[in-house]
Design a protein around this ligand. Structure first.
Ligand code: MN
Length: 258
């Protein structure tokens, strides 16, 4: 099995390499990711400029790694269309340092890269963690590994596109795993106007929305201290294997608590 890893925080992100370390225990891994941070770049694809790719020294020894002067989606196109020789079995985007929840999911470069993997016919998921201090990142890496192993047991591979988020909690404090839908909330909801002495300028600002969170949503799960798994695949004919998500939830928790 060969897993393609990308992200939108850039190829040098510590959280991407925490994920790679965990995945390489059971799979071949190739990293193709943007050369710099591209958070909130959404599904952007570069069509009017050239794209450059450079094979670079990996942080984890032995991992074929490319740095892309482009977006997360560009990285998937280049990886699958040119750079990576041989078959890719799965795309994992992350670990994003910061959550991708609610309607903000639609502007996430992390989620967009997983979408591109899915559109190329590969099982794909995005994984994000609220790991401010970095201590809980290893739990997210383990979640990704358990999930990847589970997906790999299916033939043919299920056509999945999942958005996974973890609360900033140690494993012992995580309550459960929830299958959720996207909350109808965007955190980028105000514009801050300032003045630099000569002219005005603006910041788009993230603020927690002042509303009650709807039950069974991704925001709700995170607020409860649970792991949130939101299926994002669109097409009716892309039905998941029966009980896939339910068994995923219970197996994931069992494995984590081992
Ligand atoms: Mn990011």
């Amino acid at each position: 099995m060969k897993i393609l890893v990308t992200n939108d925080d850039g190829v040098h992100s510590q959280a991407l390499w925490a994920l790679v370390k965990e995945l390489k225990n059971f799979s071949r891994v190739v990293v193709v990711a943007p050369d710099r941070e591209q958070s909130a770049i959404g599904t952007a694809v570069t069509l009017r400029h050239i794209l450059r790719a450079k094979q670079i020294e990996p942080v984890v020894a032995g991992i074929e790694t490319y740095s892309i002067e482009g977006t997360p989606s560009d990285s998937i196109f280049l990886a699958l269309g040119k750079l990576v020789k041989g078959k890719i079995d799965m795309v994992i985007s992350g670990i994003n340092q910061g959550l991708n929840l609610g309607e903000d999911t639609h502007i996430s470069g992390t989620v967009a890269a997983a979408l591109q993997g899915y559109l190329h016919g590969l099982p794909s998921f995005a994984i994000s963690a609220d790991c401010k201090n970095g201590q809980n990142m290893s739990t997210a890496a383990r979640v990704a590994a358990i999930l990847a192993k589970k997906i790999a047991t299916y033939t043919p591979r299920p056509k999945i596109f999942l958005n996974i988020n973890l609360p900033d909690l140690p494993l012992s404090k995580i309550g459960g795993v929830r299958i959720t839908r996207l909350d109808s909330e965007s955190h980028i909801n105000s514009v801050d106007e300032r003045h630099d002495g000569r002219q005005k300028y603006y910041w788009l600002v993230r603020q927690k929305a002042d509303k009650t969170t709807e039950a069974e949503t991704d925001v709700w799960a995170i607020e409860r201290g649970d792991i949130s798994i939101t299926p994002l695949q669109y097409h009716q004919d892309n039905k998941l294997p029966e009980n896939f998500l339910d068994s995923l939830c219970s197996e994931l928790l069992q494995e984590l608590k081992k």
